[in-house]
Design a protein around this ligand. Structure first.
Ligand SMILES: [Zn+2]
Length: 70
């Protein structure tokens, strides 16, 4: 008999496997040093430190945000 997995079981299995490869980090605004964003990235596919232009709600403009460890 083929074992049927419920959607909840599949999701928790995928989550458990994904946890190992995903790291949580925050994006810090370089000009005001505030941490505006919290996100995850895949360790395997993204190895370099991120530096992206994002909207800073405190300065109300787009600034460079750098990846920082949580
Ligand atoms: Zn800022």
């Amino acid at each position: 008999m083929v074992r049927k997995w419920s959607p909840v079981q599949v999701r928790s299995w995928a989550l458990r496997r994904g946890v190992k490869m995903r790291v949580r980090f925050e994006l810090e605004c370089l000009s005001c040093k505030r941490r505006n964003y919290s996100t995850v990235k895949n360790k395997k596919t993204t190895t370099e430190r991120l530096e992206i232009k994002k909207y800073c709600p405190f300065e109300r403009k787009h600034t460079i945000h750098k990846e920082v460890k949580k």
